[in-house]
Ligand binder design. Structure first.
Ligand code: PMP
Length: 316
């Protein structure tokens, strides 16, 4: 998350919306000690013409959150619909009229010293903040390959957004930034490309788009799925999910990163080599422009991906 954020005014905490300062936990909290939490990250986009805030694909995000929770034996008394309603309510309390980011967190809330998952009380919390860009050079990022490997499905499943697994992402990201790069691509134990520290990756070679498959130790990103659909159905591109070798990235015509935080970012340099022309490529530009139209509600056929936060003017 970007540094220097304004604090939220409210949080959903222990079943209700409370002033943000009241949403605190004990230092003995299991999740704080052992990373036994799962989280999500959603964006809502402000459409100034319609004076509306649109949450992007909340159902998909909350279904994935519930799936991650199930992996970690965290039981929540909410459905994806309930969680969508809770988020919309929270955003109305905040009264945001700008783009923002929401962070749902389901966690092992017991206060005990014992590493396990069962028979520990669970809790759910949610907060939201105004939010802009996540990486500095969205239209020309310089990436490296991390010396770290991605968490393995048989260690901590990458397909779940498990808090403890983000120690892996943090190691990757800090080494990349301190090494002078904007982001890093990470290989799995087999040596294939997985994703970046908190974003999925696509490469383009000779007009065909490739992305690692879900079984390559990647998060099944909501934006990843969105871009696959937009590229196939709207841009009429061939998109192939298959393992990608490290050196394919060096010879790719285009590389892009995508995710809720990153949105759609062009990678224009990889380990001091230009990617393609060294500028954002045409496929990246097209899908990026389309993505921003979709999330703002400017593409009619994808309006059902958006949940409006405020009542329409006529019934206000
Ligand atoms: N991979 C990882 C490791 C991530 O943390 C994220 C951000 N949630 C993504 C990919 C992108 O996922 P999404 O499009 O669902 O935000």
């Amino acid at each position: 998350m970007a540094d220097g954020l304004d604090k939220p005014k409210f949080a959903f905490f222990r079943g209700q919306i409370v002033p943000f300062e009241q949403a605190t936990v004990s230092v003995m909290t299991h999740a704080l000690n052992y990373g036994t939490a799962v989280f999500g990250g959603l964006r809502a986009y402000w459409n100034a013409d319609e004076e509306q805030l649109f949450i992007f694909r909340p159902q998909s995000h909350f279904q994935r959150l519930l799936q991650s929770a199930a992996l970690m034996r965290i039981h929540l008394p909410y459905t994806a619909d309930d969680l969508t309603d809770i988020l919309a309510d929270l955003l109305r309390h905040e009264g945001f009229r700008e783009n923002c980011y929401a962070r749902p967190l389901a966690y092992k809330a017991g206060e005990l010293i014992n590493v396990r998952l069962h028979n520990i009380p669970d809790e759910f919390t949610l907060f939201a903040v105004p939010f802009g860009a996540y990486i500095a050079n969205e239209d020309g990022a310089h990436v490296c390959f991390s010396a770290w490997r991605r968490v393995d499905d048989n260690a901590i499943p990458a397909r779940g957004k498990v808090a403890g697994a983000y120690a892996n992402s943090a190691l990757i990201k800090s080494d990349a930034l301190l090494g002078g790069y904007d982001e890093a691509l990470v290989l799995n134990q087999e040596g294939h490309v997985t994703e970046a520290s908190a974003a999925n990756v696509f490469i383009v070679r000779k007009g065909v788009v490739y992305t690692p498959p879900p079984q390559a130790d990647v998060l099944e990103g909501i934006v990843r799925g969105t871009l696959i659909q937009l590229m196939r159905d709207d841009l009429h591109l061939e998109v192939i999910e298959r393992d990608i070798d490290r050196t394919e990235c060096y010879v790719a015509d285009e590389i892009l990163l995508c995710g809720t935080g990153v949105q759609v970012a062009a990678v224009t340099q990889i380990e001091h080599r230009p990617v393609g022309t060294g500028r954002m490529g045409s496929i990246t530009r097209s899908v990026r422009d389309l993505f921003f139209d979709v999330v703002a509600g400017r593409v009619e056929k994808y309006r059902d991906w958006l949940t409006p936060v405020y009542m329409p003017e006529s019934v206000r």
